[in-house]
Design a protein around this ligand. Sequence first.
Ligand SMILES: [Zn+2]
Length: 481
Amino acid sequence: MTLLNRHLKLNFPGLIGIWLGLGMLLTSTLAMGHGGNGYVVKLHFKDFKKGLSTVQSMGLDLAGINIKEKLVEIITDDLDQIELLRKNGLEFEMTSNFGRMEPTVDSEFKSPEEIDVIFAKFAKDFPEITTLESVGKSIEGRDIWALKISDNPTEEEADEPAVLFNAMHHAREIITPEVIIDIAEQLLNGYDDDEEVQKWVNRNQIYLVPQVNPDGSNKVWNGNKMWRKNARGGFGVDLNRNYPYQWGACSGSSGFKWSQTYRGPEAASEPETKTMMSLVGRVLPVFDISYHSYSELVIYPYGCEDEFPENKELVVGVAETLASKLVTDDGSGTYTPGTGWELLYSVDGDDASWMYQDYRTIAFVVEVNSTSTGFHPPWSMRDETVEKQRPGWKYLLDRLETSSIRGYLDAAEIGEKVTDARVTVESLGDNEFKDTFLVKADGSFHAVVDPGMYEVTIKVPGQDDVVKEITVGGDRVELQL
Ligand SMILES: [Zn+2]
């Protein structure tokens, strides 16, 4: 019988004194990296926000939340940590002494190698509309694959915006690659007969990265089922705290390497982070969804407290619509939109904030599934889960067809300095919108806007500015310059 099993058989309130010493022992076991298979403890906080921020400041491993029930789930093997919350003056109830232990990984889910095989088969079966590229390698040398789906997939087509859907920054979130597999299946199998799918594939360049963190997933499949981070040094770095924008800036990550939110020794220190950065920098996605689990949230930039995206009205509008398309597991409502700091607490070094800040990619974290499933749902829930995600990613593909500006400069004539060009789009109407966009090597730029009148100013170094006034209605406007 392990210590943990004995914990479960005893009554919680009487335990604290007796187990104080053992708690220390267990804490050090966790710190040595043998843990990660802890118990999910359900805490109902009287003051939900305060409870969450204390959980974060204590460096506890937050698994997920349920806003409606004011429920916070943490993973721990250590009773002392729970007692410390009380000592911090927080009032909460525990649903049970120790909540459920997460079940073993349902073997129907896919190991990193099995996911690689699935994507190789997609590329082999649909050569006309796919390319499969290893966009980089993990710290242990595993390939990070990106499947591009588009007509003429080997070409960069200047009139086709890029969209990115990625999964598994966090290893234990095993449902998330399944969402990406489903997106691929829907687009590839639907291409011959479904006009809607044809339009999306022919008019966009859709990039799918099923697993950003294959090394972490390998750990999950080799017994460490609650592993979150990558494989750096046995302790791991939280890849979604390692991006350069506001890296370590607002107590939204940890500098302690055994913490579940360890940000790494420097910004973008990890090869997996660098891989995603180079892909994003090359294709400049207009939209991104980074799939995580769980909590039924749609999180948009920025991660640090009190910060909103520059064009808040637009970004929040897209986020709210996206969230309204995603029905919760129990069918009682839809996902909740917000910034990380509004919904949870400050987060720094996350991918969505970085993408929006550096490239104006309108990027979201979608937290798939609820506290009823946790990180390791049964495979029997897989189909229902991925089906419930379809209206979300389809909405973003549809949104690209509606009010937005797709422009392209003559890259051949301008030459190399085309990527130094900047395009400013400013509203001439009631809605507040002004933003500056980068130009890709193929001369293209893309601005998602609400319908209205806009002034578009193109600045190319060494050339006179070009100013155009355009009206954007319900469709994607093409602007050849
Ligand atoms: Zn996650």
